[in-house]
Ligand binder design. Structure first.
Ligand code: SF4
Ligand code: SF4
Length: 470
Protein backbone atom coordinates (compact mmCIF):
# COMPACT_ATOMS: atom_id res chain seq x y z
CA UNK A 1 0.00 0.00 0.00
CA UNK A 2 1.52 3.34 -0.98
CA UNK A 3 1.26 6.55 0.99
CA UNK A 4 -1.55 8.06 -1.06
CA UNK A 5 -3.62 4.86 -0.91
CA UNK A 6 -3.14 4.75 2.85
CA UNK A 7 -4.22 8.35 3.20
CA UNK A 8 -7.39 7.77 1.13
CA UNK A 9 -8.30 4.72 3.21
CA UNK A 10 -7.55 6.49 6.49
CA UNK A 11 -9.84 9.36 5.52
CA UNK A 12 -12.71 7.06 4.61
CA UNK A 13 -12.33 4.98 7.75
CA UNK A 14 -12.23 8.04 10.01
CA UNK A 15 -15.43 9.29 8.37
CA UNK A 16 -16.87 5.82 8.99
CA UNK A 17 -17.53 5.38 5.26
CA UNK A 18 -16.79 1.69 5.49
CA UNK A 19 -18.36 0.56 2.23
CA UNK A 20 -16.36 3.22 0.39
CA UNK A 21 -13.22 2.16 2.28
CA UNK A 22 -13.73 -1.49 1.39
CA UNK A 23 -14.41 -0.67 -2.25
CA UNK A 24 -11.39 1.64 -2.44
CA UNK A 25 -9.16 -1.07 -0.94
CA UNK A 26 -10.52 -3.55 -3.49
CA UNK A 27 -9.82 -1.09 -6.31
CA UNK A 28 -6.24 -0.60 -5.13
CA UNK A 29 -5.85 -4.37 -4.86
CA UNK A 30 -6.43 -4.68 -8.59
CA UNK A 31 -2.95 -3.21 -9.10
CA UNK A 32 -1.32 -5.45 -6.53
CA UNK A 33 -3.39 -8.47 -5.59
CA UNK A 34 -0.66 -9.76 -3.23
CA UNK A 35 -0.70 -6.69 -0.97
CA UNK A 36 -1.68 -8.15 2.41
CA UNK A 37 -2.10 -4.73 4.03
CA UNK A 38 -4.64 -3.62 1.44
CA UNK A 39 -6.40 -6.95 1.78
CA UNK A 40 -6.50 -6.57 5.53
CA UNK A 41 -8.03 -3.08 5.18
CA UNK A 42 -10.69 -4.45 2.84
CA UNK A 43 -11.44 -7.31 5.25
CA UNK A 44 -11.84 -5.03 8.25
CA UNK A 45 -13.95 -2.49 6.38
CA UNK A 46 -16.36 -5.23 5.28
CA UNK A 47 -16.37 -6.56 8.82
CA UNK A 48 -17.49 -3.15 10.08
CA UNK A 49 -20.27 -3.21 7.49
CA UNK A 50 -21.25 -6.66 8.82
CA UNK A 51 -20.54 -8.12 5.38
CA UNK A 52 -18.95 -11.19 6.89
CA UNK A 53 -18.66 -13.30 3.75
CA UNK A 54 -16.76 -10.56 1.98
CA UNK A 55 -14.60 -9.91 5.04
CA UNK A 56 -13.63 -13.55 5.41
CA UNK A 57 -13.08 -14.03 1.67
CA UNK A 58 -10.36 -11.36 2.00
CA UNK A 59 -9.00 -12.89 5.18
CA UNK A 60 -8.88 -16.27 3.47
CA UNK A 61 -6.86 -14.89 0.56
CA UNK A 62 -4.64 -12.96 2.96
CA UNK A 63 -3.80 -16.21 4.75
CA UNK A 64 -2.99 -17.92 1.48
CA UNK A 65 -0.81 -15.06 0.29
CA UNK A 66 0.98 -14.73 3.61
CA UNK A 67 1.59 -18.47 3.59
CA UNK A 68 2.95 -18.32 0.02
CA UNK A 69 5.31 -15.46 0.92
CA UNK A 70 6.47 -17.05 4.17
CA UNK A 71 10.25 -17.06 4.54
CA UNK A 72 10.79 -14.60 1.68
CA UNK A 73 9.00 -11.59 3.15
CA UNK A 74 10.60 -8.64 4.97
CA UNK A 75 10.52 -8.89 8.80
CA UNK A 76 7.97 -6.07 9.03
CA UNK A 77 5.67 -7.91 6.65
CA UNK A 78 6.06 -11.16 8.55
CA UNK A 79 5.16 -9.35 11.78
CA UNK A 80 2.12 -7.76 10.15
CA UNK A 81 0.97 -11.07 8.67
CA UNK A 82 1.37 -12.79 12.04
CA UNK A 83 -0.91 -10.26 13.70
CA UNK A 84 -3.40 -10.27 10.84
CA UNK A 85 -3.58 -14.08 10.98
CA UNK A 86 -4.08 -13.93 14.74
CA UNK A 87 -6.93 -11.43 14.38
CA UNK A 88 -8.48 -13.58 11.68
CA UNK A 89 -8.38 -16.57 14.05
CA UNK A 90 -9.82 -14.55 16.93
CA UNK A 91 -12.63 -13.25 14.76
CA UNK A 92 -13.37 -16.68 13.29
CA UNK A 93 -13.70 -18.03 16.81
CA UNK A 94 -15.83 -15.14 18.02
CA UNK A 95 -18.22 -14.76 15.12
CA UNK A 96 -20.38 -17.79 15.60
CA UNK A 97 -23.77 -17.49 13.98
CA UNK A 98 -22.81 -15.01 11.29
CA UNK A 99 -22.48 -15.87 7.66
CA UNK A 100 -18.91 -17.23 7.54
CA UNK A 101 -18.55 -20.42 5.51
CA UNK A 102 -16.06 -23.02 6.76
CA UNK A 103 -15.34 -21.09 9.91
CA UNK A 104 -13.42 -23.98 11.57
CA UNK A 105 -11.13 -24.34 8.58
CA UNK A 106 -10.33 -20.62 8.50
CA UNK A 107 -9.78 -20.72 12.26
CA UNK A 108 -7.36 -23.64 11.92
CA UNK A 109 -5.40 -22.04 9.08
CA UNK A 110 -5.24 -18.64 10.74
CA UNK A 111 -4.05 -19.86 14.13
CA UNK A 112 -1.47 -22.21 12.58
CA UNK A 113 -0.02 -19.38 10.51
CA UNK A 114 -0.03 -16.94 13.44
CA UNK A 115 1.84 -19.48 15.52
CA UNK A 116 4.47 -20.08 12.85
CA UNK A 117 4.96 -16.42 11.99
CA UNK A 118 5.00 -15.53 15.68
CA UNK A 119 7.88 -17.98 16.12
CA UNK A 120 9.60 -16.68 13.00
CA UNK A 121 9.47 -13.06 14.19
CA UNK A 122 9.98 -13.81 17.86
CA UNK A 123 6.59 -12.31 18.78
CA UNK A 124 5.82 -14.19 21.98
CA UNK A 125 2.51 -12.45 22.53
CA UNK A 126 1.21 -13.58 19.15
CA UNK A 127 2.50 -17.09 19.82
CA UNK A 128 0.86 -17.27 23.26
CA UNK A 129 -2.47 -16.02 21.95
CA UNK A 130 -2.37 -18.33 18.93
CA UNK A 131 -1.52 -21.28 21.15
CA UNK A 132 -4.43 -20.46 23.44
CA UNK A 133 -6.79 -20.34 20.49
CA UNK A 134 -5.50 -23.63 19.12
CA UNK A 135 -6.49 -25.32 22.34
CA UNK A 136 -10.06 -24.80 21.11
CA UNK A 137 -9.48 -27.02 18.10
CA UNK A 138 -10.60 -30.60 18.10
CA UNK A 139 -9.04 -32.69 15.35
CA UNK A 140 -10.14 -36.19 14.39
CA UNK A 141 -7.69 -39.02 15.00
CA UNK A 142 -7.05 -39.38 11.28
CA UNK A 143 -6.53 -35.62 10.98
CA UNK A 144 -9.19 -35.15 8.32
CA UNK A 145 -11.87 -33.35 10.33
CA UNK A 146 -11.82 -30.39 12.64
CA UNK A 147 -14.20 -28.51 14.89
CA UNK A 148 -13.94 -25.45 17.06
CA UNK A 149 -14.59 -26.23 20.69
CA UNK A 150 -15.60 -22.93 22.30
CA UNK A 151 -14.91 -22.53 26.02
CA UNK A 152 -18.62 -22.00 26.61
CA UNK A 153 -21.59 -23.11 24.47
CA UNK A 154 -22.73 -20.55 21.93
CA UNK A 155 -26.38 -21.55 22.12
CA UNK A 156 -28.67 -22.76 24.88
CA UNK A 157 -31.93 -24.39 24.03
CA UNK A 158 -34.09 -23.94 27.11
CA UNK A 159 -37.36 -25.75 27.50
CA UNK A 160 -40.04 -23.54 29.09
CA UNK A 161 -42.33 -26.54 29.38
CA UNK A 162 -42.82 -30.02 27.99
CA UNK A 163 -46.60 -29.67 28.09
CA UNK A 164 -48.37 -29.09 24.82
CA UNK A 165 -51.84 -28.28 23.51
CA UNK A 166 -51.39 -30.39 20.34
CA UNK A 167 -50.59 -33.98 19.54
CA UNK A 168 -48.68 -33.68 16.30
CA UNK A 169 -48.17 -36.91 14.40
CA UNK A 170 -44.46 -36.52 13.88
CA UNK A 171 -43.72 -35.25 17.38
CA UNK A 172 -41.37 -37.34 19.54
CA UNK A 173 -43.36 -36.27 22.64
CA UNK A 174 -45.40 -39.44 22.28
CA UNK A 175 -42.23 -41.33 23.31
CA UNK A 176 -41.35 -38.97 26.14
CA UNK A 177 -41.49 -40.59 29.56
CA UNK A 178 -40.26 -37.83 31.84
CA UNK A 179 -42.44 -35.78 34.16
CA UNK A 180 -44.20 -32.73 32.77
CA UNK A 181 -43.70 -29.28 34.19
CA UNK A 182 -42.63 -25.67 33.75
CA UNK A 183 -39.25 -24.07 34.22
CA UNK A 184 -39.05 -21.47 36.99
CA UNK A 185 -37.89 -17.98 36.09
CA UNK A 186 -35.40 -18.23 38.97
CA UNK A 187 -33.66 -21.12 37.22
CA UNK A 188 -32.50 -18.67 34.58
CA UNK A 189 -30.33 -17.01 37.26
CA UNK A 190 -28.46 -20.30 37.70
CA UNK A 191 -28.09 -20.62 33.95
CA UNK A 192 -26.88 -17.09 33.21
CA UNK A 193 -24.69 -16.93 36.29
CA UNK A 194 -22.37 -19.61 34.89
CA UNK A 195 -22.57 -19.08 31.15
CA UNK A 196 -19.70 -16.97 29.77
CA UNK A 197 -21.04 -16.99 26.22
CA UNK A 198 -24.13 -14.99 27.17
CA UNK A 199 -22.19 -11.94 26.05
CA UNK A 200 -18.61 -11.86 24.74
CA UNK A 201 -16.69 -8.98 23.27
CA UNK A 202 -13.31 -8.66 21.65
CA UNK A 203 -11.42 -5.40 21.28
CA UNK A 204 -8.85 -5.27 18.50
CA UNK A 205 -6.48 -2.60 17.25
CA UNK A 206 -6.56 -1.85 13.53
CA UNK A 207 -3.19 -3.04 12.30
CA UNK A 208 -2.79 -0.32 9.70
CA UNK A 209 -4.20 2.71 11.52
CA UNK A 210 -2.71 2.64 14.98
CA UNK A 211 -5.17 5.16 16.46
CA UNK A 212 -8.20 3.06 15.53
CA UNK A 213 -9.50 0.12 17.47
CA UNK A 214 -12.78 -1.72 17.21
CA UNK A 215 -14.93 -4.05 19.26
CA UNK A 216 -16.75 -7.09 17.99
CA UNK A 217 -19.48 -8.64 20.12
CA UNK A 218 -21.15 -11.98 20.19
CA UNK A 219 -24.41 -12.37 22.05
CA UNK A 220 -25.37 -15.76 23.42
CA UNK A 221 -28.32 -17.31 21.68
CA UNK A 222 -31.28 -18.63 23.62
CA UNK A 223 -33.85 -20.85 21.98
CA UNK A 224 -36.84 -20.81 24.27
CA UNK A 225 -38.54 -23.94 23.06
CA UNK A 226 -38.05 -27.67 23.02
CA UNK A 227 -40.57 -30.39 23.55
CA UNK A 228 -43.74 -28.49 24.30
CA UNK A 229 -45.61 -25.30 23.54
CA UNK A 230 -43.65 -22.39 25.10
CA UNK A 231 -46.65 -20.04 25.16
CA UNK A 232 -48.34 -22.36 27.67
CA UNK A 233 -45.78 -21.19 30.22
CA UNK A 234 -47.63 -18.59 32.33
CA UNK A 235 -44.47 -16.43 32.51
CA UNK A 236 -43.01 -17.01 29.06
CA UNK A 237 -42.67 -13.24 28.56
CA UNK A 238 -40.53 -13.02 31.71
CA UNK A 239 -38.24 -15.73 30.33
CA UNK A 240 -37.75 -13.66 27.19
CA UNK A 241 -37.18 -10.47 29.14
CA UNK A 242 -34.66 -12.16 31.44
CA UNK A 243 -32.66 -13.43 28.43
CA UNK A 244 -32.69 -9.96 26.91
CA UNK A 245 -31.53 -8.41 30.18
CA UNK A 246 -28.40 -10.54 29.85
CA UNK A 247 -27.79 -9.25 26.34
CA UNK A 248 -28.77 -12.55 24.70
CA UNK A 249 -30.62 -13.03 21.45
CA UNK A 250 -33.76 -14.96 22.22
CA UNK A 251 -36.22 -16.71 19.99
CA UNK A 252 -39.28 -18.81 20.54
CA UNK A 253 -41.03 -21.30 18.36
CA UNK A 254 -44.71 -21.95 18.77
CA UNK A 255 -47.42 -23.99 17.10
CA UNK A 256 -49.31 -20.69 16.89
CA UNK A 257 -52.66 -21.77 18.30
CA UNK A 258 -52.45 -19.58 21.40
CA UNK A 259 -51.78 -16.51 19.29
CA UNK A 260 -55.54 -16.19 18.92
CA UNK A 261 -55.54 -14.79 22.48
CA UNK A 262 -54.95 -11.01 22.58
CA UNK A 263 -53.30 -11.19 26.03
CA UNK A 264 -50.77 -13.76 24.80
CA UNK A 265 -49.89 -11.62 21.77
CA UNK A 266 -49.58 -8.50 23.90
CA UNK A 267 -47.22 -10.14 26.39
CA UNK A 268 -45.18 -11.68 23.62
CA UNK A 269 -44.75 -8.48 21.64
CA UNK A 270 -44.05 -6.46 24.78
CA UNK A 271 -41.25 -8.87 25.67
CA UNK A 272 -40.15 -8.68 22.01
CA UNK A 273 -37.97 -11.73 21.37
CA UNK A 274 -35.70 -11.36 18.34
CA UNK A 275 -37.62 -14.09 16.51
CA UNK A 276 -40.99 -15.74 16.72
CA UNK A 277 -41.28 -18.87 14.66
CA UNK A 278 -44.46 -20.70 13.84
CA UNK A 279 -44.27 -24.41 13.15
CA UNK A 280 -46.71 -25.15 10.37
CA UNK A 281 -46.50 -28.40 8.47
CA UNK A 282 -48.45 -30.03 5.68
CA UNK A 283 -49.18 -29.57 2.02
CA UNK A 284 -52.76 -28.39 2.37
CA UNK A 285 -55.34 -27.69 5.07
CA UNK A 286 -56.25 -31.38 5.32
CA UNK A 287 -52.70 -32.64 5.78
CA UNK A 288 -52.09 -29.78 8.23
CA UNK A 289 -55.06 -30.95 10.30
CA UNK A 290 -53.79 -34.52 10.26
CA UNK A 291 -50.19 -33.71 11.10
CA UNK A 292 -50.87 -30.96 13.61
CA UNK A 293 -53.61 -32.85 15.42
CA UNK A 294 -55.57 -30.58 17.75
CA UNK A 295 -54.85 -27.38 15.84
CA UNK A 296 -57.18 -25.47 13.57
CA UNK A 297 -55.85 -23.81 10.46
CA UNK A 298 -58.30 -20.88 10.55
CA UNK A 299 -57.64 -20.06 14.24
CA UNK A 300 -53.88 -20.27 13.82
CA UNK A 301 -54.11 -18.17 10.65
CA UNK A 302 -56.18 -15.48 12.43
CA UNK A 303 -53.73 -15.41 15.34
CA UNK A 304 -50.77 -14.91 13.03
CA UNK A 305 -52.57 -12.17 11.10
CA UNK A 306 -53.28 -10.28 14.35
CA UNK A 307 -49.75 -10.78 15.63
CA UNK A 308 -48.37 -9.37 12.41
CA UNK A 309 -50.71 -6.36 12.48
CA UNK A 310 -49.87 -5.63 16.10
CA UNK A 311 -46.15 -5.97 15.48
CA UNK A 312 -46.48 -3.39 12.70
CA UNK A 313 -48.53 -1.00 14.81
CA UNK A 314 -46.03 -1.27 17.66
CA UNK A 315 -43.17 -0.43 15.28
CA UNK A 316 -41.39 -3.73 16.01
CA UNK A 317 -40.74 -4.90 12.47
CA UNK A 318 -36.96 -4.69 12.85
CA UNK A 319 -36.76 -6.00 16.42
CA UNK A 320 -39.09 -8.99 16.14
CA UNK A 321 -38.78 -11.18 13.08
CA UNK A 322 -41.65 -13.50 12.24
CA UNK A 323 -41.04 -16.69 10.36
CA UNK A 324 -42.69 -19.98 9.52
CA UNK A 325 -40.74 -23.14 9.93
CA UNK A 326 -42.08 -26.00 7.91
CA UNK A 327 -40.78 -29.52 7.60
CA UNK A 328 -40.40 -31.19 4.23
CA UNK A 329 -39.76 -34.91 3.94
CA UNK A 330 -36.70 -34.51 1.77
CA UNK A 331 -34.82 -31.63 0.21
CA UNK A 332 -36.47 -31.97 -3.17
CA UNK A 333 -37.94 -29.13 -5.23
CA UNK A 334 -41.36 -30.74 -5.55
CA UNK A 335 -41.77 -30.74 -1.76
CA UNK A 336 -40.56 -27.18 -1.50
CA UNK A 337 -43.01 -26.03 -4.19
CA UNK A 338 -45.91 -27.85 -2.56
CA UNK A 339 -45.42 -26.25 0.85
CA UNK A 340 -44.79 -22.85 -0.68
CA UNK A 341 -48.14 -23.10 -2.48
CA UNK A 342 -49.84 -24.13 0.75
CA UNK A 343 -48.24 -21.34 2.78
CA UNK A 344 -48.78 -18.62 0.16
CA UNK A 345 -51.79 -17.09 2.04
CA UNK A 346 -49.57 -16.59 5.10
CA UNK A 347 -46.56 -15.24 3.24
CA UNK A 348 -47.46 -11.57 3.72
CA UNK A 349 -47.57 -11.99 7.51
CA UNK A 350 -44.05 -13.32 7.98
CA UNK A 351 -40.56 -12.22 7.05
CA UNK A 352 -39.36 -15.64 6.06
CA UNK A 353 -40.43 -19.20 5.41
CA UNK A 354 -37.85 -21.78 6.45
CA UNK A 355 -37.99 -25.20 4.90
CA UNK A 356 -36.60 -27.76 7.26
CA UNK A 357 -35.80 -31.17 5.82
CA UNK A 358 -36.97 -33.91 8.11
CA UNK A 359 -33.30 -34.31 8.91
CA UNK A 360 -30.50 -32.18 7.56
CA UNK A 361 -27.21 -33.19 6.13
CA UNK A 362 -24.49 -30.60 6.08
CA UNK A 363 -22.98 -29.56 2.79
CA UNK A 364 -20.18 -27.18 3.61
CA UNK A 365 -19.56 -24.09 1.52
CA UNK A 366 -16.08 -22.92 0.91
CA UNK A 367 -14.08 -20.43 -1.05
CA UNK A 368 -12.26 -21.75 -4.08
CA UNK A 369 -8.80 -20.65 -5.07
CA UNK A 370 -10.22 -17.43 -6.61
CA UNK A 371 -11.98 -16.52 -3.38
CA UNK A 372 -15.42 -17.35 -4.83
CA UNK A 373 -17.87 -19.37 -2.86
CA UNK A 374 -18.57 -22.93 -3.84
CA UNK A 375 -20.55 -25.72 -2.24
CA UNK A 376 -18.59 -28.83 -1.42
CA UNK A 377 -20.75 -31.83 -0.86
CA UNK A 378 -20.10 -33.48 2.45
CA UNK A 379 -17.43 -36.14 2.00
CA UNK A 380 -17.20 -35.43 -1.73
CA UNK A 381 -13.76 -36.09 -3.20
CA UNK A 382 -13.65 -32.50 -4.44
CA UNK A 383 -13.45 -31.36 -0.85
CA UNK A 384 -9.93 -32.74 -1.17
CA UNK A 385 -7.57 -31.09 1.23
CA UNK A 386 -10.33 -29.10 2.88
CA UNK A 387 -11.14 -30.26 6.35
CA UNK A 388 -14.63 -31.61 6.86
CA UNK A 389 -16.85 -31.51 9.89
CA UNK A 390 -17.83 -33.95 12.60
CA UNK A 391 -20.83 -36.19 12.00
CA UNK A 392 -22.96 -33.72 13.90
CA UNK A 393 -22.15 -30.22 15.13
CA UNK A 394 -24.86 -29.98 17.78
CA UNK A 395 -22.72 -30.92 20.83
CA UNK A 396 -19.92 -28.64 19.64
CA UNK A 397 -22.04 -25.52 19.85
CA UNK A 398 -25.11 -25.96 21.93
CA UNK A 399 -26.57 -27.42 25.09
CA UNK A 400 -30.11 -28.29 25.98
CA UNK A 401 -31.69 -27.39 29.29
CA UNK A 402 -34.90 -29.22 30.16
CA UNK A 403 -37.57 -27.52 32.27
CA UNK A 404 -36.38 -29.29 35.46
CA UNK A 405 -32.78 -28.13 34.99
CA UNK A 406 -31.42 -31.31 33.42
CA UNK A 407 -28.68 -30.49 30.93
CA UNK A 408 -28.13 -32.67 27.87
CA UNK A 409 -25.90 -32.16 24.87
CA UNK A 410 -28.48 -32.81 22.17
CA UNK A 411 -31.99 -31.78 21.20
CA UNK A 412 -32.82 -35.29 19.94
CA UNK A 413 -32.55 -36.51 23.50
CA UNK A 414 -36.18 -36.16 24.51
CA UNK A 415 -35.83 -37.76 27.95
CA UNK A 416 -32.40 -36.42 28.86
CA UNK A 417 -30.83 -39.88 28.72
CA UNK A 418 -27.49 -38.39 27.72
CA UNK A 419 -27.71 -35.94 30.63
CA UNK A 420 -24.41 -34.49 31.78
CA UNK A 421 -25.80 -32.90 34.95
CA UNK A 422 -28.10 -30.12 36.03
CA UNK A 423 -27.83 -26.36 35.80
CA UNK A 424 -26.77 -26.31 39.44
CA UNK A 425 -23.45 -27.75 38.22
CA UNK A 426 -22.86 -24.59 36.14
CA UNK A 427 -23.32 -24.43 32.36
CA UNK A 428 -19.64 -23.83 31.58
CA UNK A 429 -18.47 -26.52 33.99
CA UNK A 430 -20.78 -29.05 32.37
CA UNK A 431 -19.54 -27.92 28.97
CA UNK A 432 -16.03 -29.00 29.99
CA UNK A 433 -17.22 -32.37 31.31
CA UNK A 434 -15.60 -35.61 30.26
CA UNK A 435 -18.94 -37.05 29.18
CA UNK A 436 -19.40 -34.27 26.64
CA UNK A 437 -15.78 -34.50 25.45
CA UNK A 438 -16.32 -38.23 24.85
CA UNK A 439 -19.39 -37.60 22.74
CA UNK A 440 -17.60 -34.90 20.74
CA UNK A 441 -14.65 -37.22 20.20
CA UNK A 442 -16.98 -39.98 18.99
CA UNK A 443 -18.67 -37.62 16.54
CA UNK A 444 -15.48 -36.21 15.09
CA UNK A 445 -13.91 -39.68 14.81
CA UNK A 446 -17.03 -41.09 13.14
CA UNK A 447 -17.21 -43.70 15.84
CA UNK A 448 -20.57 -43.57 17.62
CA UNK A 449 -20.94 -47.26 18.56
CA UNK A 450 -21.49 -46.29 22.21
CA UNK A 451 -24.27 -43.85 21.36
CA UNK A 452 -27.43 -45.62 20.19
CA UNK A 453 -29.29 -42.32 19.90
CA UNK A 454 -26.64 -40.93 17.56
CA UNK A 455 -26.60 -44.16 15.57
CA UNK A 456 -30.34 -44.02 15.07
CA UNK A 457 -30.30 -40.31 14.32
CA UNK A 458 -27.52 -40.60 11.75
CA UNK A 459 -29.03 -43.67 10.15
CA UNK A 460 -32.31 -41.83 9.81
CA UNK A 461 -30.56 -38.96 8.07
CA UNK A 462 -29.09 -41.31 5.52
CA UNK A 463 -32.31 -43.19 4.93
CA UNK A 464 -34.59 -40.21 4.69
CA UNK A 465 -32.36 -37.79 2.90
CA UNK A 466 -31.12 -39.61 -0.19
CA UNK A 467 -31.37 -36.40 -2.17
CA UNK A 468 -28.71 -34.81 0.01
CA UNK A 469 -26.24 -37.63 -0.13
CA UNK A 470 -23.24 -37.24 -2.36
S1 SF4 B 1 -46.71 -28.46 18.86
FE1 SF4 B 1 -44.60 -29.11 18.89
S2 SF4 B 1 -44.29 -30.02 20.90
FE2 SF4 B 1 -46.49 -29.86 20.58
S3 SF4 B 1 -47.07 -31.83 19.78
FE3 SF4 B 1 -46.69 -30.51 18.04
S4 SF4 B 1 -44.55 -30.84 17.48
FE4 SF4 B 1 -44.87 -31.67 19.54
S1 SF4 C 1 -28.40 -37.76 18.48
FE1 SF4 C 1 -26.21 -37.54 18.18
S2 SF4 C 1 -26.01 -37.23 16.00
FE2 SF4 C 1 -28.15 -36.81 16.49
S3 SF4 C 1 -28.24 -34.61 16.88
FE3 SF4 C 1 -27.85 -35.63 18.83
S4 SF4 C 1 -25.66 -35.59 19.09
FE4 SF4 C 1 -26.10 -35.22 16.95
Amino acid sequence: MDVSQKSVLAGLVRQQRFTDAAQAAELFLQDDTADCRLRYCAAIAWLWRKEYRKAFAHFFLLLQQARAAQGREQPAEAAFNAQAALQCGQLAELLYGVDVPSRPYIFEQATALALELGAQTGDRLVMRQAERLRQRLMISRDGSRIAIMPDSPYVLQIEPTNCCNLQCRMCPRTHMSRKRGFISVAMLDDIFGHWRSRSVSLRLAHLEFSDISFTQRRAGEIKLFFLGEPLLHPKFHQLVLRAKQEGCISGIQTNGLLLERPAVRRKLLTAAPAAIGLSIDGFDADSYAVLRAGSAWSRMHAGLRSLHAERESMGLREQVKLYISTIIPAARPEYAQAVQRFLAPLREFVDEIRLIPLKCHYNPEFFDEQGSLKTYTYGHPEAGEFATEPLCREPFEKMNVLWDGTVAPCCCDIDGRMSIGTVAGGIDTLWQSRALARLQRALIDFSVEEYPLCQACLRMREERMPALQC
